[in-house]
Design a binder for this molecule. Sequence first.
Ligand SMILES: *Cc1c(COP(=O)(O)O)cnc(C)c1O
Length: 361
Amino acid sequence: MINVTKTFLPSFKNYQSYLKKIYKNGWITNNGPFEKELTKKLKLYFNIKNIEIVSNGTIAIQIAIKSLGLKGQIITTPYSYVATTNAILWEGLQPVFVDIEEKTFCIDADKIEKAITDKTVAILATHIYGYPCNIEKIKSISKKYNLKVIYDAAHAFGVKIGEKHLVDFGDISTLSFHATKLFHTVEGGAIVCKDREISQKVFLLKTFGHIGEDKYIEVGINAKNSELHDAMGLCILSEIDEIIAERKRISEIYDESLSGLNIQTPLKPKNLKYNYSYYPIIFETYETMQKVRNALIKNEIMPRRYFYPSLNTLPYLEKRVKKRCPVSESIANRVLCIPLFVGLRKKDQLKIVKIIRENLN
Ligand SMILES: *Cc1c(COP(=O)(O)O)cnc(C)c1O
């Protein structure tokens, strides 16, 4: 069976060398030496000042919202993984969905202003598949209306605009280091803050809200990651350039062999150093998507409907929140992500392409 993704694992020997050190010093969690080392290396990699590692990418969004003291409405994208919306709801805020652009599948910044009310406090947008939102426009809107900007950068590890990493935009960017993501720590995530004080607050919030044994400051939670997770991250970070290069090579085989077909892929902005995190294909109709999907599954190839459903249609949303987002709903109904991972063989790629070709009508 060929899955949409296959977790990248470093050599056992390499991981084991970290485990030996963990066993030797007996420190397995609570900001240990590997957490410190990974934090430092991520700062260097992204060329940023503040980053806090947490236990997953969902709690990263929740803590981001909490650290900014947000209450009320958050303008957000309907086209993302469900965690983006759930984090807003879990924190007791109301998501206000603004439809996406037809070409990038990111939130349509030209439609944001119309959705702003006196309760709007922030914009939470996803750089979907690692392609950037309209950062400039979102920045100018946030300035004009005094809104905070949080980017769900779960797909954006390693993506650069010019010389600047995509995680370095907005007030906060959140990352997921889940095993299915490009860079992972098995489970894990991180929070990148522009402001040092906010970052310190994030640290407090992820460690129960107290410092030492006697300073209890606010309601925190436990969102720490362990040394075993950080060790995995250190192994993978040392290979990240090769991982991205290999995914690029594989993606270009798809680009070439799928060209000329009646399908849509996201518009790649100029000046972007992409990370090749996903290979989404939008089919002309829902029926074609299903036909291709069934044919792939019959051949033991498992694509994923990343990202379905359009989040504005989630069944548990209050009625007033369920606004129509025609573009997002349409894309969500027609999209498939096809397998893309280090180790995917060209032979299997060509088989996937052949099945897609045969089932387009
Ligand atoms: C994976 C993902 C998350 C959640 O991350 P976890 O680490 O699995 O909690 C959030 N947002 C997006 C866009 C994701 O793809």
